[in-house]
Design a protein around this ligand. Sequence first.
Ligand code: AMP
Ligand code: MG
Length: 414
Amino acid sequence: MNAEIIAIGSELLTPFRQDTNSLFLTAELNKLGVDVEYKTVVGDDRARLTTIARIALDRADVVIFMGGLGPTEDDLTREAVAAALHLQLKRDPDIVAGLYARFAARKIKMPENNLKQADVIMGAAALANQKGSAPGQYLEGSIDGRERIVILLPGPPVELKPMFNEEVLPRLKRKLPPAFIATRELRMALMPESECDAIAAPIYKAHKEVETTILAPVGEVQLHLKARGKSLQEAQEKVDALAEELEDELGDNVFSSRGESLEQIVGYFLDMRGSTVAVAESCTGGLLGQRLSSVSGSSRYFLGGAIVYSNDLKTSLSDVPPLMIKEHGAVSREVAIALAEGIRKKCKSTFGVAVTGIAGPTGGTPEKPVGLVYHAIADGKKTEVVKRNFPSDRDRVRWWASQQALDMIRRKLM
Ligand code: AMP
Ligand code: MG
């Protein structure tokens, strides 16, 4: 089975709005064994929408339209899809009653244009909308001798998601043959994508039964594995066998083998060891603390710390001697070490972690260019420092630095 997703809305063709619904829908369809082969974005234009609908109905088994189900002039999805299917729209009296009741409950007179939300394509089932006024629609049937499923969903993600889960999913599960799909996700921090692929490609290429995709968000490489089988166990065995081989070769670069984030893994290790951590952050401005504290239950191991952006605060909050800053500069190996040791003492944590660097785009010098960051971790015995040059823009340098610091905690605990 294959699917096409059509996002409708002129705002989605501007620089200000993205179609995000299709990512959610693709993930859900994949779990059912349905591949998404096409995605289209089209503006609020009846003729273009009808053309796109005809093309999609011709080439896909499952066609999902989303957006344009509201009451306004530019909400044309119902009419265009009905036209493409050569079917009439029929006003559903139950939906009309529901709309009147909805407005009456809020003590507002309902404007007439709302009634078109009660127009349902002949033969389609109306899908209840728990979060808004526009119902969705679901239609199964034969078009030109081929079985098709046509689905209309509202655009707002808060309406689309529950409607898909509660109204569409049970219908699709009844209709589609059962699919057994297993997935795994390996994640590596701070490893160049090319280096990772040079090791991984010969291995995953030998596992033709597993679909492998490589992704590289900032400071991370991810290997997404997916396999089908006659049973869930068979599918699982296929991905697990490949994951194991990849882990053997990629070694301790792999921080997660089931898609957990780096902060989750660090939290898991800290919790397991009964250790605590405190941070002194300069160029990351709190990002490291934000990431550590984003994990539920992090209060068990993350004590807090200080954002020591100015030299004065590096001294008052992390005990860095002013003379050291004067002599080596705030971005230096010595200051990184002093920050990590200082914050550890102040916070009485197992580990003190520090980041100091030049995020840019201004402030670089030939000796200390933009992207230079020192990271340190103190444990009361031996303080480790890592110097990196991240050749990138401000946001990426800061993210990368937080990634490096988290990975140092992970390696310390491994
Ligand atoms: P509509 O159903 O066309 O009235 O859409 C209402 C709002 O939902 C739009 O203004 C968007 O902000 C949002 N929306 C519509 N389509 C999408 C989409 N594909 N992904 C994310 N948000 C969307
Ligand atoms: Mg719209």
